[in-house]
Design a protein around this ligand. Structure first.
Ligand SMILES: [Zn+2]
Length: 256
């Protein structure tokens, strides 16, 4: 009687192993790409550091509004308001803390050196037309090489590609896009702000950031109405609150 029982047990074990194997396959296919990113690659060494980058400074005023309000002033003011919203939950660092200019490379180097978890560059838009008003959130996209854009034919199998360090943002593009969408969601709930949209552009300031990175233009300062609204601390505070909520959304999704 023993032998058939042993055989039955052996078959039972094989059956259980097969069931577990197929269950694992089903589970792995049911994970969304976001889940895979969350579990595997992002924020294994989460530091809770936000790097705020107030654009321009010193001799570099950035855009100037019709009444003389300067982009560099707004950028620093907004950075301070955002930091006030974030300070209880994160360590907030600045690429500049006063009215002086910092080279683009130094801004990103500061973020990489601090091992920041996110990089946010703050700017306003400017246009010769007075109409444009939208908030624009830029994330990095890989620039087309001349070969890809059809301007160059292959010669000795060589064509220019970005150098390795300049490629570093490419691995964070997906997260930067998701973060951009989270910002849009939060900003759209603030009624006194202009509409917001997302653009993918191969911006130099973002390309060497080794973390999710975005640049925000908080509306066109050259538009007189926007210039007035960007001088309103209440509106800027609402903007800062929405951005800090988007940062919470982002880390809730990716840092667990
Ligand atoms: Zn700017």
């Amino acid at each position: 009687m023993k032998l058939p029982v042993m055989k039955l047990l052996k078959n039972y074990n094989i059956l259980i192993k097969h069931i577990i194997y197929y269950l694992l396959i089903i589970i792995s296919f049911s994970l969304s790409p976001h889940d895979v990113i969350a579990n595997n690659t992002l924020f294994n060494d989460y530091n809770g550091i936000i790097m705020l980058d107030p654009g321009h400074g010193g001799n570099d005023h950035g855009v100037s509004g019709p009444k003389g309000f300067l982009e560099k002033t707004l950028a620093l003011e907004l950075a301070n308001l955002i930091a006030a919203e974030l300070k209880n939950n994160y360590k907030v660092e600045f690429t500049r803390t006063d009215d002086y200019n910092v080279h683009l490379d130094q801004r990103i180097a500061a973020a990489n050196h601090a091992k920041a978890d996110i990089f946010i560059s703050l700017h306003t838009g400017g246009s010769f037309q007075h109409k444009p008003k939208d908030i624009i959130i830029y994330h990095f996209i890989k620039p087309l090489t001349d070969l890809e854009s059809g301007k160059l034919t292959i010669c000795n199998n060589e064509y220019n590609s970005l150098k390795s360090w300049q490629n570093i943002q490419i691995k964070h593009i997906r997260q930067s896009q998701i973060f951009s969408k989270m910002i849009i969601n939060r900003l759209s709930a603030v009624s006194d702000l202009p509409p917001a949209c997302i653009k993918g552009v191969p911006l130099k300031i973002l390309q060497s950031a080794d973390m999710p990175a975005i640049l925000i233009e908080t509306g066109y300062l050259t538009n007189p109405k926007i210039e007035s609204s960007l001088q309103d601390t209440g509106i800027l505070t609402n903007f800062a609150k929405a951005l800090s909520l988007a940062i919470n959304d982002f880390f809730e999704k990716f840092s667990n």
